[in-house]
Ligand binder design. Structure first.
Ligand code: CA
Ligand code: CA
Length: 91
């Protein structure tokens, strides 16, 4: 996520745009409603956190330019996702 454009979407500042960032905004909206944005939560730069900020974030979640979250991992870091097909395979 080297794009400055993408950085503002990283609400929790962990370097990725992922659902957690959206949840942070939704959580804020649930607690306090729309209003002056806490630091990092104003995605579109209007000074307020609103449902629009969450919406924009959802859009960027699918932007491959910004989201590194689903980059293919080819390192030997353990098979954590090989679940599912351990039973009888389709015949
Ligand atoms: Ca993040
Ligand atoms: Ca905003």
């Amino acid at each position: 996520m080297d794009h400055p454009f993408c950085k503002k979407f990283d609400v929790d500042g962990d370097g990725d745009i992922d659902p957690v960032d959206i949840i942070k905004i939704i959580d804020e909206l649930n607690k306090n409603g729309s209003g002056p944005a806490p630091p990092g939560m104003d995605v579109n730069g209007d000074g307020y956190v609103t449902p629009l900020d969450a919406l924009l974030l959802i859009n960027e979640l699918n932007n491959p330019k910004c989201s590194h979250a689903k980059a293919p991992k080819s390192g030997p870091s353990g098979p954590t996702t090989s679940s599912g097909t351990t039973g009888p395979v389709e015949s």
